[in-house]
Design a protein. Structure first.
Ligand code: AMP
Length: 567
């Protein structure tokens, strides 16, 4: 049998009727969508399944180790404390911290109560944090020392917001410490949760310059966890079929020991790595900050099996001069998502590690995680594909008029199914523009081949993929326009070997105005997070080129401007 026929058999085996991963139509808000018909109803149900892993190790952070039982105690304690503060179904609780174990614990406790996690980006400056707090109106903010210091700059505007401090010795504001909160103890309190209610709000970059709060539902997050499990099982089953085994049941992938190298306030680490792996009984090795040598030390010490990060992180390990000093033989999967994994890297993972195979997810906040996934031998054979769709998303490409186009033709990728978000918080127009008759318009340009494998070729949206963080050009432009000396500006992606892309901006000043690169960067530092500040700035004497409608010609500019001549 051909490899692709075996792959299709694996897909059928995994999602067959009667199995936990059976796929079928599910009613959501009057629409019939593809879903898991036997899915647990909420994130609370998933957490309760996970607590069954008992004394197995759950998280490792520096020299701290936490078992599932330890975690269950802290989650129940924190949930009881939240309840004692009046938090219940639908109330929002924000989290602002780096990758500490408490991120995951707080998140499970909030979701187990039917309350909503608002995940704040830890790199944000005070103004960006204030925007998201205003928009989402949480009742409680759980934050580490650095994020509390940032919050203290804007605290007068949020005088009813209660604070919980995590790993913070110096706190200038009244806050309950995490340790005191969890000391309440007890069993997980009861909650009634509507599967289609909000579980989480994650902010994604916005075309209008301000981030949009994507409303991820319990059903959507559960579907993503099951999609991750299904894809792992499909590839493991395919491997067995390729080896000639006769199977009448699928082969589950073993629980991972995963390196968590990207931030927990995005769906990659939070939903795809941690939520999915938690249900499977995985172990998680948390990194506070990316560092390739530290990562190699941890892979060796903890016998990490999966490294799923942004592609540049895998590349930094594979090309590191000290790589030979570390035993990385425990790795069975290496790769990630969030940005394209270059075809050469796909081959390098297999060729230059003892037994790791390449793996990549294509995903988006707006589907609670992954859209498609590709791994192993199938990936080596199609190194420029992002894989087939996950079981509960239909996919198609459409032309400029929104009409579906046949396989092989390039158009905008649209997806439909239970993982798609409910909408954008307080943005009905943005929701209507992005989700049309259930179809989420991704803003990514690509095509499907005859076997249903997706290939991405471009982006229609104005997005810059810099390492693990995405930036909308408009957000940077708005902050630059805020400077009184600026008359015109455009921001765009500049290719970068390390980060994939860097931010570049071309600026034309008002007549007689004076501004240089350090001056503009200083202006930006108080307005946007450091990762959004352009690495490349061009001050152009001439007005920026425009088309007949007066729109700046971004593409043309980025092609003629040489990074070597930037400030
Ligand atoms: P976010 O919602 O911030 O996770 O960003 C999602 C966007 O990141 C997608 O719409 C794509 O433009 C990009 N992206 C994510 N994964 C991949 C991938 N594997 N290859 C190429 N682009 C990707």
């Amino acid at each position: 049998m051909s490899s692709i026929a075996n792959f299709e058999s694996a897909q059928r085996l995994v999602t067959q009727p009667g199995s936990l991963l059976q796929v079928g139509p599910v009613e959501v808000a009057g629409q019939s969508l593809l879903g898991y018909v036997n899915a647990p109803g909420s994130m609370r149900d998933l957490w309760q399944l996970a607590t069954g892993h008992g004394d197995a190790e759950y998280m490792v952070y520096l020299d701290e180790r936490l078992s599932y039982s330890d975690a269950a105690q802290q989650v129940a304690g924190f949930a009881n404390w939240l309840r004692s503060q009046g938090i219940g179904e639908g109330d929002r609780v924000a989290i602002a911290m780096r990758n500490y174990p408490e991120w995951m614990l707080a998140h499970w406790a909030i979701n187990a109560l039917g309350a909503v996690v608002v995940g704040l980006n830890a790199w944000w400056v005070a103004d960006e944090m204030a925007y998201a707090l205003d928009d989402s109106q949480p009742k409680i903010l759980v934050a580490d020392e650095r994020r509390l210091a940032i919050f203290s700059e804007i605290c007068e505007r949020f005088d009813t917001l209660q604070l919980v401090s995590v790993r913070a010795d110096n706190v200038s504001l009244p806050a309950t410490s995490w340790t005191d909160a969890i000391a309440v103890g007890g069993e997980l309190p009861a909650a009634e949760i509507d599967p289609d209610s909000e579980a989480c709000i994650f902010y994604t970059s916005g075309t209008t310059g301000r981030p949009k709060g994507a409303q991820l539902t319990h059903r959507g997050c559960v579907a993503n966890v099951m999609n991750v499990a299904a894809m792992g099982t499909i590839y493991a089953t395919h491997r067995a079929l390729e080896a000639g085994e006769a199977l009448d049941a699928p082969i589950a992938a073993p629980p991972p020991t995963a390196l968590v190298a990207t931030p927990l306030f995005h769906v990659t680490a939070n939903n795809c790595i941690m939520q999915a792996g938690t249900v499977a009984g995985g172990r998680f090795v948390l990194m506070y900050k990316w560092d390739p040598v530290e990562a190699m030390k941890l892979i060796e010490r903890e016998k990490v099996t999966t490294m799923s990060a942004v592609p540049m992180m895998s590349r930094e390990i594979l090309t590191h001069p000290e790589r030979g000093d570390y035993d990385l033989s425990s790795l069975s999967a290496m790769g990630g998502g969030g940005a394209a994994m270059q075809p050469d890297l796909v081959g390098k993972v297999a060729a230059e590690t003892e037994r790791a195979m390449p793996a990549q997810g294509y995903g988006m906040t707006e589907v609670c995680g992954i859209i498609s996934y590709i791994a192993g031998a199938i990936f080596l054979a199609r190194p420029s594909s992002v894989g087939p769709m996950v079981p509960t998303l239909e996919g198609r490409c459409v032309d400029d008029a929104g009409r579906p186009i046949p396989a092989g033709e390039v158009g905008e990728v649209c997806v439909r199914g239970t993982p798609v978000i409910k909408g954008y918080l307080n943005r009905p127009e943005a929701t209507q523009e992005t989700i049309v008759e259930g179809w989420l318009h991704t803003g990514d340009i690509g095509y499907f081949d005859e076997d249903g494998f997706l290939y991405l070729v471009d982006r229609a949206k104005d997005m810059i993929l810099r390492g693990g963080e995405n930036i909308y050009g408009a957000e940077v432009e708005n902050a630059i326009f805020d400077h009184p000396a600026v008359l015109e500006c455009v921001a765009f992606a500049v290719p970068d070997d390390r980060l994939g892309e860097e931010v570049g901006a071309a600026v034309h000043l008002k007549d007689g105005a004076l501004l240089d690169a350090p001056g503009l960067r200083e202006h930006l530092a108080s307005r946007v997070a450091a990762f959004k500040i352009p690495r490349y700035l061009w001050f152009l004497a001439e007005p920026l080129p425009r088309n007949a409608n007066g729109k700046f010609l971004k593409r043309e500019l980025r092609e003629v401007l040489d990074p070597g001549s930037a400030d």
